[in-house]
Write a protein that binds this ligand. Structure first.
Ligand SMILES: NC(=O)c1ccc[n+]([C@@H]2O[C@H](COP(=O)([O-])OP(=O)(O)OC[C@H]3O[C@@H](n4cnc5c(N)ncnc54)[C@H](OP(=O)(O)O)[C@@H]3O)[C@@H](O)[C@H]2O)c1
Length: 238
């Protein structure tokens, strides 16, 4: 039976790289994000290589849409074996002296609230399969990085607690969750920084494929193995 993986943020960056890697390893992948076009592009790339992928565009802040996507996956494939939560945002105006509070709430709603919503929607299915959850958090969720911003640091730090409670409460059901904390990764995400890194700086960072390889290690681990937390950074990271 083909294992089924649901990935948010799957149209770009790490989410896309995870989708390509998991599909190559034989997983059927369901791809979510707001923009349909990059999701479709990821799905087509996978299909051309002989894999199985389909796009489920949605805004992760929309709980009804998340529930509907989960229902479609299970209706189509009958089971769900894993979720990778890569959808995330930041904002250039991220300090106490320049942030807008509405944007603070939007960043927290995507980076934290929507992760809880998606895990909650998928949990009944993951309990049946002893499924795996990979939460793409951040270096800023592992150690204190004020430059990452008020909302981003707070939301990513909270993901550590979310994963730990998930593992504590769901151990008996066999659900395993990983708090994955990447350092700098050369993706479009960097365009949201107040000082956007140039090509030379990006060349020293991790690639999305570096992170996908780490996620694949988690996905491939036997069902009795839980990888609670992983920190992956480029050697250049200060
Ligand atoms: N790049 C880094 O240096 C770095 C380091 C550590 C952690 N991270 C984290 O890694 C994750 C992936 O980021 P990335 O670097 O791969 O950048 P990315 O390419 O910008 O990926 C972010 C993804 O999130 C999706 N997304 C954002 N808001 C969404 C929403 N409301 N609903 C559904 N999807 C949404 C975006 O797709 P749509 O715009 O189409 O919705 C996009 O595909 C993020 O959680 C980020 O915080 C990044």
């Amino acid at each position: 039976m083909q294992r089924v993986l649901w990935i948010t943020g799957a149209g770009s960056g790490m989410g896309r790289a995870v989708a390509l890697s998991a599909a190559a390893a034989g997983w059927t992948v369901a791809l979510s994000g707001r923009r349909a076009e990059p999701l479709q592009d990821t799905a087509s790339t996978i299909s051309r290589s002989g894999g199985t992928a389909f796009a489920l565009p949605l805004d992760v802040q929309d709980g009804a849409a998340v529930a509907a996507a989960r229902a479609r996956i299970v209706a189509e494939f009958d089971h769900l074996d894993g979720i990778v939560l890569a959808a995330g945002v930041n904002t250039p105006k991220r300090r106490w002296d320049d942030q807008e509070i509405a944007t603070f709430h939007d960043v927290v709603a995507t980076n934290l609230g929507a992760v809880a919503t998606t895990v909650d929607a998928a949990l009944p299915d993951l309990r049946k399969t002893g499924g795996v959850v990979v939460v793409i958090s951040s270096y800023a969720g592992w150690s204190f990085h004020p430059g990452a911003g008020v909302a981003y640091s707070a939301s990513k730090t909270a993901l550590g607690s979310l994963v730990r409670t998930l593992n504590a409460h769901e151990a008996a059901s066999g659900v395993r969750a990983t708090h994955l904390c990447p350092g700098d990764v050369a993706t479009d995400f960097l365009d949201q920084r107040p000082n956007v890194p140039d090509a030379a700086a990006r060349a020293r960072m991790l690639t999305p494929e570096d992170v996908a390889r780490t996620v694949q290690f988690v996905l491939d681990s036997p069902a009795h193995v839980r990888i609670d937390e992983l920190v992956v950074s480029p050697v250049s990271q200060a």
